[in-house]
Design a protein around this ligand. Structure first.
Ligand code: HEC
Length: 456
């Protein structure tokens, strides 16, 4: 009896093992059953009719003609676009495909590309044309802007007053294009307000004023201004003289290909100071060849109660650099030391068309260095905010190094003019070197380990 039972038991074990590891699954891969779920999860947010990608991938009929290009795009990891080095950091908004998903697409494309049973299709994602953050408490829009059908791309800079009589706290902000056909990307910054430093006539502020040339809403650095490429010889070295890194003049939301709205972690909020102005920067492309109008605006949701934590942002910028004409690998840096414990929640490298790579490194007080984010192949058209999966604790005294490289050679795709020395300026043909860091203060009494669930 024992013996028989043993035989049955081992036979059973063998057949289970066979089912798990043995005969390969002979069911052929189909679009409906195997490919569509991957496209719905990773691709169609951009690849559906009317969105930023050139073609829809919603159905077999849509995707079939693109099969070879899809294979190429996923195998090379060109799609979905994402620029952070996967070896550094972990991101809550990382859209990349797993190796198994890439293999599925590859096998389907290399096989007979069967459609399969349409009943196997996953439910199609809906793309309601509403606000992703829910109904905003307030929408502030630019006055209607008219764009002629012909000519090069246009950058428009518009200040919209908030008329806030007191400081307001926001928990979410969504920048939404008025006309998706022509708005390529847009940013909205907080400018001024009561908290803005009053200008005083000291020599250093006069000097800082001399350095910048303003024309309308555009601003750039005077070509003959002194050059500081190494913003790390002392902290905040690359800023305009007399400035300090502050969270006053900073971005609250962007509309960029693939970027989600800004929703602050539960219990936290960002401040818009009384009297502040919202400063919009909008890049228009004349894609339709017809005269078009746009009234891009930002939707804000106010905090219901004072936040238990303030979501802060510090913009570490070098504004004094100069990238020589033709230089294909020019280094520019900026450093800043935190004078308090912080929890970093997101990082955004920002450069313009000549940006080549950026690393943001934390130089910890105990001597260790931790790279927070690395973008080895920066592309102006894909500016992502890398949101930490778990907020990263940095103790007081941590020095942040923003390390950028620029390519001002003829080989840099999209370089508007390799023949000139390039300095800081607000237009895309000028350059910027910024590391934008969102963080929360860690109260001294609070345990350092904060549950991630409370923060996202
Ligand atoms: C964040 C938005 C976005 C996501 C997500 C995205 N795409 Fe794209 N895709 C674009 C845009 C915009 C273009 C056209 C410009 C370009 O090629 O960069 C494009 C171009 C393509 C092309 C054209 C060929 C090529 O290589 O230029 C293919 C194929 C493609 N995407 C496939 C995919 C697949 C497959 C996925 C998902 C695995 C995906 N895309 C995810 C925005 C996106």
């Amino acid at each position: 009896m024992w013996k028989t039972a043993g035989v049955w038991a081992s036979l059973l074990a063998a057949s289970v093992a066979l089912a798990q590891t043995g005969a390969p699954d002979k069911r052929p891969l189909t679009f409906s059953h195997d490919v569509a779920p991957i496209l719905y999860k990773h691709c169609v947010a951009c690849h559906h009719p009317g969105d930023i990608a050139p073609m829809s991938l919603m159905t077999y009929q849509d995707a079939r003609p693109w099969a070879a290009a899809i294979r190429q795009a996923v195998v090379s990891r060109k799609m979905p676009p994402w620029l952070a080095d996967p070896a550094v950091g972990q991101w809550s908004n990382d859209p990349r495909l797993s190796d198994a998903e890439i293999q599925t697409i590859r096998s389907w494309v290399e096989g007979p590309k069967l459609e399969g049973d349409p009943k196997d299709m996953p439910p199609a994602p809906a793309f309601p044309d509403g606000w992703k953050i829910g109904k905003p408490d307030l929408v502030l829009s630019i006055p209607v802007h008219t764009l002629e059908g012909k000519g090069p791309d246009e950058y428009t800079y518009v200040d919209v007053p908030t008329n806030f009589a007191e400081d307001r706290w926001i928990v979410a902000a969504e920048l939404r294009p008025g006309n998706r056909k022509i708005v390529h990307h847009a940013h909205v910054f907080i400018k001024g307000g009561n908290a803005e430093r009053k200008s005083d006539p000291t020599p250093v502020t006069q000097y800082a004023k001399w350095i910048r040339i303003r024309q309308g809403s555009l601003e750039w650095v005077r070509p003959e201004a002194p050059v500081i490429d190494n913003g790390c010889s002392v902290d905040d070295n690359g800023l305009f003289p007399g400035s300090t890194s502050s969270d006053l003049n900073s971005l609250i939301s962007s509309y960029l290909p693939g970027r989600e709205p800004d929703v602050y972690p539960a219990g936290t909020a960002r401040k818009i100071p009384a009297g502040a102005v919202l400063s919009f920067q909008i890049h228009y492309s004349r894609t339709t060849g017809k005269t078009e109008t746009d009234d891009t605006g930002v939707g804000l949701i106010f905090a219901k109660e004072p936040p238990s934590r303030v979501s802060r942002r510090i913009d570490l910028s070098n504004q004094m650099f100069m990238i020589p004409a033709g230089d294909s690998d020019h280094a520019v840096s900026e450093c800043h030391t935190f004078d308090k414990d912080v929890l970093v929640t997101s990082l955004t490298p920002h450069m313009h068309l000549r940006g080549k790579s950026m690393q943001i490194v934390a130089d910890l007080p105990d001597g260790r260095k931790q790279t927070l984010v690395s973008v080895p192949d920066y592309q102006f058209n894909w500016q992502f905010t890398y949101r930490e999966k778990d907020p990263v604790f940095l103790p007081k005294g941590t020095r942040i190094e923003v390390l950028a490289r620029f390519d001002n050679s003829v080989n840099k795709a999209g370089n508007p003019n390799p023949g000139i020395n390039v300095r800081w300026g607000s237009a895309s043909e000028n350059e910027m070197m910024d590391g934008w860091i969102e963080y929360l203060d860690v109260a001294p009494t609070e345990p350092i380990k904060v549950a991630a669930a409370n923060l996202r």
